[in-house]
Design a binder for this molecule. Structure first.
Ligand SMILES: Cc1ncc(COP(=O)(O)O)c(C=O)c1O
Length: 376
């Protein structure tokens, strides 16, 4: 499971996911309190407005967007790929007037371009993705964009579905007003249970909404019934929440600093090994995402050929792409373990060799070994 998510889960998370308990009992109330406390640390926020949603990362995206956007809300969507485009589409469907700031393919947003767009458009809401999984670019200027929102009233919405707990994200210090994540990526949990954290500023905007939210299930104010009052909103996905609790406990135990370093060392070692095999990475280092790595396809091969071959012959799953000519390998959570890296580099190199592409498998394996032993 070395694709762009879902990623492998630990035995402890799998065990937790096998338990069903009362969704409104004392035990669940304690679990929810602890999930919120741990989320405060993982999102780096003191905001109390943390809540979950039964559904994929997209449900959390929609919860954030639908609660902050209504008819004629001015939305600036910074788009550098498929998932940032999805946020823009959700904002449009919520009734917003969406201005798209399109970033050239394979690049992260330029802070001057963001500044100009914010000044020109004067948005109420700004959306961005920290790690654009689709083309493996990293918007590393969230702190600067967050500071720009101080000059305005805009709420800053960040999709951290693939990045949360793999790299720094400081919700409060970076003036982020909504952070979205799913379970199945950085947190190394199951898909289907997702989280959103709203800042106090976002919560004021939600409370000032002039109309009623059309989506009942995604209504953040209704969700506080379960997330803050131990009362019924809808039947919570109890097994998934227990799995999420365990996955977050493991993050806290490892510490964010330790986890970021494991991801950095693992991803850099994998990148070096892939280049030493003789393959090219899609994005240049200054714009490159560490959580998902994009490898350029040789002219005569499709992503489907490669994914099919590596799965069938080496039992390693990697991902194709939503557009660009790449295949993608994930570096999130349990994927960032040495045994997974060795198996993946061997399988990838052997696949290209089987498909008649010239690669140097022993050199790639040696580069991996040395990068893991002497991380820089
Ligand atoms: C950055 C990003 N945002 C949002 C999503 C959507 O998550 P889901 O597929 O769980 O709805 C994904 C999924 O790959 C993603 O990578």
């Amino acid at each position: 499971m070395m694709g762009a998510g879902p990623v492998p889960i630990s035995d402890a998370v799998a065990r937790a996911n096998g338990i069903v308990i009362n969704h409104l009992g004392d035990t669940m109330a304690q679990v929810i309190e602890q999930v919120k406390t741990m989320a405060g640390y993982i999102f780096q926020t003191n905001s109390p407005w943390i809540m979950g949603v039964a559904g994929p990362g997209s449900a959390a995206m929609e919860m954030a967007v639908a609660n902050l956007v209504w008819k004629d809300t001015r939305v600036l969507s910074i788009c550098n790929g498929f998932f940032s485009g999805r946020l823009a589409e959700m904002a449009r469907r919520a009734g917003g007037n969406v201005e798209t700031l399109t970033v050239p393919e394979g690049q992260s947003i330029d802070i001057n371009a963001a500044h100009a767009a914010i000044q020109n458009y004067n948005p109420d809401v700004i959306t961005i993705v920290q790690g654009e999984t689709s083309n493996t670019t990293h918007n590393h200027q969230l702190a600067q964009i967050g500071s720009l929102t101080l000059e305005t009233d805009a709420c800053f919405v960040v999709d951290a579905v693939c990045t949360l707990s793999t790299m720094p994200l400081h919700m409060d210090d970076w003036y982020i007003d909504a952070v979205i994540t799913g379970g199945q990526k950085g947190l190394s949990c199951i898909p289907g249970v997702s989280l959103v954290a709203f800042s106090e500023k976002a919560w004021r905007r939600i409370n000032a909404r002039p109309d009623q939210l059309p989506q009942w299930t995604l209504d953040a104010r209704l969700a506080t019934q379960f997330w803050h009052e131990n009362a019924y909103h809808y039947t919570a996905p109890v097994s998934g929440l227990l799995a999420l609790h365990e996955a977050m406990r493991l993050v806290c135990h490892e510490t964010l600093a330790g986890r970021f370093e494991r991801h950095r060392v693992s991803s850099h070692a994998l990148q070096r090994a892939i280049e030493t095999l003789g393959l090219s990475l899609y994005v240049t280092p200054e714009h490159r995402l560490n959580s998902v790595i994009g490898i350029k396809l040789p002219d005569n091969l499709s992503g489907r050929d490669i994914c099919h071959h590596i799965s069938k012959h080496y039992r390693v799953e990697i991902a194709g792409s939503f557009g660009p000519p790449i295949v993608r390998i994930g570096q999130m959570g349990e994927q960032c373990r040495a045994h997974n890296l060795f198996r993946t580099v061997h399988a990838l190199g052997s696949t290209f060799k089987d498909l008649k592409v010239t690669v140097d498998v022993p050199a790639g394996m040696a580069a991996l070994e040395s990068a893991l032993q002497q991380p820089n």
